[in-house]
Design a protein around this ligand. Sequence first.
Ligand SMILES: [Zn+2]
Ligand SMILES: [Zn+2]
Length: 122
Amino acid sequence: MSKSEVRYQDVSSTELNSRAANLCKVTLVPDEAHPEDIVVQGCPQCGHETTWSEPVIVVRGIDIDVTGDLARVLLDGFRDAGSPINKRDVTVRCQCNHPHPGAPKGVMGCGRWWSLKVGWGN
Ligand SMILES: [Zn+2]
Ligand SMILES: [Zn+2]
């Protein structure tokens, strides 16, 4: 079965999570010592190129992304307080540029989503 024929399904599974742990490329931007964004690449289901990026700091309930200077100030604050942020669970959804059979109109990606445990530094 070619990867373009993966049927769209809005699902996740523990099996997909573990495949993602092996397959997905995780990058901390700008670097591991002072990460501001977590970038995850690759879809473990359809194998297409897809890039997911989310800020290290997510302010829940408020629809803003904290990046740049503000993120740096907050991260330094946590570090000074003795509780550095050095891990995150990231939920990633496939956003590849391929229409998959069965996908809702206008929706790209195979619909799969998965969780990754991302850790860095110490
Ligand atoms: Zn795909
Ligand atoms: Zn996919």
